[in-house]
Design a protein around this ligand. Sequence first.
Ligand code: NAD
Length: 392
Amino acid sequence: SVMAERSYDFLMPSVNFFGPGVIEKIGDRAKMLGMKKPVIVTDKFLEGLKDGAVQQTLASLDKAGVDYVVYNNVEPNPKIRNIKEVKKLYEESGADSIITVGGGSAHDTGKGAGIILTNGDDITKLAGIETLDKALPPLIAVNTTAGTGSELTRHAVITNEETHLKFVVVSWRNIPLVSFNDPTLMLDVPAGLTAATGMDAFVQSIEPYVSVDHNPITDSQCIEAIKLIETSLREAVANGHNLEARTKMVEAEMLAGMAFNNANLGYVHAMAHQLGGQYDAPHGVCCALLLPYVEEYNIVADPERFAELAKIMGENTDGLSTRDAAELSIKAMKQMSQDVGIPKSIKEIGAKPEDFELMAENALKDGNAFSNPRKGTKEDIIKIFQAAYDAK
Ligand code: NAD
């Protein structure tokens, strides 16, 4: 394939702790960063987990003599009210920094609070790409799902609870200073959540691979992420205590996070945000339900790349035409979803055809739509929603 001359800024956090047991280092690292009183941003379930991510984080901070306050009200698909509550607690308690502990929802709540602490109160005005003038307070992200990649990325995904619109603030200023990915904190993630978050990582390694913004660095990350997911997601869903499978899924979600941080995503995410905002459904499930229908639509934009994708996913493409080989990538996506127990149709998360028109309009305005390889109309997007609805 032809590659244009290109220049880019490649973004990721400066320090990323990875592996079993790394969580013990968070206290010293917080101290090293000059944190005197971070707000811990998490939810009640994670806070209550005996010897879980929150308790281990707090124990390490105690040991290092770092004070903290806890915000334990993160909601899935975090809302504007959540980031306002964190801001209020931050100001009232005299905090100076933020540590997020959880999955994408915790990290995005921490980022969203950081955004309104320094860039002005109305976050809806900051939706879009590189909209932030001021640095956020120092931010460490402790990740407990594999995963969204939010602990590494410049994206903050927030839902406006009044309009049901889920929007993205994309800025290099959102990238946490330090990330922690300790797979021992993920051993007890239930099968359904492992599947949903793993499918998010899968989509996040496919969309940047076919994105108009892909480059050789992100390609290599996507290819390795897909291979790791192909050989570990089913195992991690089947037996959560398989540390090898959990470790590979963390490596995969980190690679995918780095890839989409730089090569961006596409219509799967742009459309999944509409489903998430409208029906408050789990993000990974929304992504998985849309993936084969968006990519089927995308194939004509770059059949060779989809044929390569099929091979990376382990399909045998010997002797096939490029187009037939490309179709095998769609088959592999559907097989993965089925194997990990994702439902078949967006009907099952409450989607209604009468909402498709508005959701299609908003999807085309989403910050992730611009890098999709095929440029669609509103009618195209409605048809994709319909195909994902009719799926049996
Ligand atoms: P989540 O953060 O919403 O968590 C889902 C549930 O899992 C919560 O109830 C939580 O308590 C529980 N949980 C988390 N870790 C656990 C653990 N170790 N053991 C047991 N339970 C655990 O789920 P998520 O999929 O990680 O995040 C989804 C959100 O992230 C969505 O809002 C999505 O839009 C966003 N997202 C952000 C980015 C980004 O780059 N900023 C990328 C993709 C998705």
